[in-house]
Design a protein around this ligand. Structure first.
Ligand code: AMP
Ligand code: MG
Length: 372
């Protein structure tokens, strides 16, 4: 399978562009998220290129005045995402993460894999396990790992036994000799799923690479995990749209992204299964083993994309009730949470509110998170 992968950047772009035609739906969502980056009267709109990678749509947006740098930025970022995907994807059979997941013992890893696993374990600890990278057996039980979706609810004992094979406290790292790094688990049957953090991590990697270009302004987007460099114009910061989780064609409002800031969104509309007429979203509550109920969408604004990604998944789990305590531990993260009920409620932390302009019709739906 890996032999079929394109090897050069131009091959990758052509390959990904073919896949892009198939995935127009996903592209439309991202386009909606970026709707607000452009157009002021009299000013040329920003230039943008999108392609598919890591199972989603990526894009780079540059101000019109820097359009001559688009090809180079896209080519470098295609390469950056592809290299990471080859190491960390659970869907790439030969990746290091796949090797760890199928191995019964410790696996020799490189610094990139080690770093991402350690950062993931750290976010698990920070969020008291609401974000848990060892959630993989439950993702499988609920049919979110790419196989056939279940047609009936998984049995309670199936969920209980998958639950026993999770828990970030079982992640293990060893350094047997200088330069030698091993990763694995201290109990059998465990595996990792980095779907809740890997895209943010990849966006930070691309950000650090593109930041080497002098005076570049850009928006890097990987499946809704976005990080900015510079500003949209000399006078205006980048602005992005925050999607209404109840309607993919509508925005709740727009968000200012100062230089270097990131945004990530977790939504129950992104991936879900429907069983007996009820929707089960792809984010699992690691305490119960069941998909989280009661949340429609969470958007996190943060100083880096890895944090925004991990914290948005964790906030989706802890909900409006648990959000203030978690955000109090992360002063560089701000959030917007929409519970899965009507009429719509838009809960925001004060720092998020400062950067957020709701559409007029949603002004009355804004509430400040309790205790903040
Ligand atoms: P996101 O869209 O960033 O919130 O990530 C959702 C993805 O993270 C899911 O599709 C799973 O691959 C994975 N995931 C689901 N539940 C959790 C959880 N509680 N902690 C960490 N990762 C999770
Ligand atoms: Mg996430």
């Amino acid at each position: 399978m890996r032999n079929e992968r394109p090897t050069s950047n131009s091959q990758r772009l052509a390959f990904n562009n073919r896949r892009l035609q198939i995935e127009r739906g996903a592209l439309t969502l991202v386009a909606a998220a970026l709707l607000l980056t452009g157009c002021r009267r009299g000013q040329p709109p920003p230039v943008e290129r999108a392609w598919t990678t890591m199972g989603t749509v990526a894009s780079i947006t540059l101000p019109a005045s820097q359009s001559n740098q688009l090809n180079q930025c896209v080519s470098e970022t295609v390469d950056c995402f592809q290299k990471l995907d080859d190491i960390i994807s659970v869907y790439v059979p030969g990746s290091k993460i796949s090797e760890i997941n199928s191995s019964t013992g410790m696996v020799a890893v490189g610094w990139q894999t080690l770093l991402l696993l350690q950062i993931s374990a750290e976010y698990a600890a920070i969020t008291d396990g609401a974000f848990d990278p060892t959630i993989a057996p439950l993702i499988q039980t609920w049919g979110f790992s790419g196989g056939e979706a279940p047609t009936t609810l998984p049995a309670a004992d199936e969920i209980a036994s998958a639950l026993k094979q999770t828990g970030y406290g079982h992640m293990k790292f060893e350094f047997p000799s200088p330069g030698a790094m091993l990763a694995g688990f201290d109990q059998p049957g465990m595996s990792v799923d980095l779907g809740g953090i890997a895209k943010g991590y990849a966006v930070d990697a691309a950000h650090s690479n593109l930041s080497k270009h002098e005076s570049l302004s850009a928006l890097i987007n990987l499946g809704g995990n976005i990080r900015s460099i510079g500003s949209a114009t000399a006078e205006r910061p980048w602005r992005i749209g925050v999607r209404n989780p109840f309607d993919g064609n509508q925005l709740l409002g727009s968000l200012t992204l100062e230089d270097g800031m990131s945004v990530a969104t977790s939504g129950n509309y992104e991936r879900f299964i429907t069983l007996d007429g009820k929707r089960y979203a792809h984010i699992i509550d690691p305490r119960s083993g069941y998909p989280v109920q009661g949340m429609a969408g969470v958007t996190v604004l943060s100083s880096n994309a890895t944090e925004a990604d991990a914290i948005s998944t964790a906030l989706f789990v802890v909900g409006v009730e648990g959000a203030p305590a978690l955000l109090a531990k992360r002063p560089k993260s701000q959030a917007l949470l929409v519970p899965d009920r009507t009429p719509i409620e838009i809960w925001v932390s004060p720092g998020f509110e400062k950067q957020f302009t709701p559409l007029p019709k949603y002004k009355k739906s804004i509430r400040t998170l309790p205790g903040m």
